[in-house]
Ligand binder design. Sequence first.
Ligand code: FAD
Length: 402
Amino acid sequence: MDPGADQLAVRDWLHGFAADVIRPAAAEWDEREETPWPVIQEAAKLGIYSLDFYAQQYFDPSGIGIPIAMEELFWGDAGIGLSIVGTTLAAVAVLANGTDEQIGTWTPQMFGTPDDVKVAAFCSSEPDAGSDVSALRTRAVYDEAKDEWVLNGTKTWATNGGIAAVHVVVATVDPELGARGHASFVVPPGTPGLSQGQKFKKHGIRASHTAEVVLDGVRVPGSCLLGGKEKLDERLARAREGVQKSGGRGNAAMATFEASRPAVGAQAIGIARAAYEVALDYARTREQFGRPIIDNQGVAFQLADMKTRIDAARLLVWRASWMAVNNQPFTAAEGSMSKLYAGETAKWVTAQAMQILGGNGFTREYPVERMHRDSAIYSIFEGTSEIQRLVIARAISGMPIR
Ligand SMILES: Cc1cc2nc3c(=O)[nH]c(=O)nc-3n(C[C@H](O)[C@H](O)[C@H](O)COP(=O)(O)OP(=O)(O)OC[C@H]3O[C@@H](n4cnc5c(N)ncnc54)[C@H](O)[C@@H]3O)c2cc1C
């Protein structure tokens, strides 16, 4: 698979930004556990934080523009990387489910301008609905007289939740339909009734803001229902028929998650590659018993395995990304496969890197300690590793494995 000259130029440009701007700021924002607004602004000024940039990468003829971009940014730092790309999750939900008018209205407001940057949040998970998205309870009720939707419920784990200008909220309009009764709503900036609940203090990716979002009688105009009311009514009517026949499946939120999995895998590869490079460098220069520690096969083979797994993970991610861009059917859940393997690889590689650095690896003087903490989220969010295995197992077997 050849990225091509244009894509390699983008990669090198992003690598420069990651090396010169993101990496030097990583330790500070990890300690502060705050959104790195100045870094996001810097990215916006260069055009890296904009919908145009991600659209260009997505439509790059190579089919691998997005994973290449993600890998470089997250090679710089995962917490800052997620602060820069977190908005795209909400933007993708609007792009996937919204009308042209909704896309034109809301996506620019998600990013703001280089002088006044904004972020957006995608709110699906709830305290009792994590892996099982169909269990979500946030309710959307239509007030026909005012042509408004009223949202009530509590969302959790929302990246940028409460600090976002635009929130995209998944809610149920018909709880009896399970996941097929879900719809997505835009909550415009400053809407009364939406507030931030607790902000989580996390193990890793600490520069990325994660919080609960409380929706208390939030009223949004009818035009904020993504896709529009007519389409929703048709879908609900079909679901009501279908539920009686087959039990009902599928929803907008799951479709959004599935489409974003190779990109999330690429983020994990960025972390793994960064830790591997630090470990390789250290192993070449650190001397014990009168020779560099890499002279020991035990250490050199560890590095050989790290590099092999990183490259294998990247090929899985590139394949899935290429398939998505070229509308290939994911008959073996190749998107989930790529995220599963890349996430587990990042956790394993960063743990090996800490071991190769010995005591230094265990301290915040060296970045592998942070990379190891950051990698841990990659077997949890965007579908845990167990859920990826479930999806793959169902795809390859055609059986309703539980
Ligand atoms: C830092 C962070 C950022 C996040 N950002 C967002 C966001 O922006 N928007 C959003 O909507 N959500 C977000 N999430 C939520 C994330 O997607 C969920 O945490 C994830 O889906 C898992 O849900 P859960 O935490 O409720 O775990 P649970 O679903 O309770 O799972 C607990 C354990 O049980 C296992 N398990 C559950 N069901 C099965 C099964 N059927 N078979 C085998 N094992 C199973 C899981 O794999 C896991 O190990 C974020 C989470 C974090 C931590």
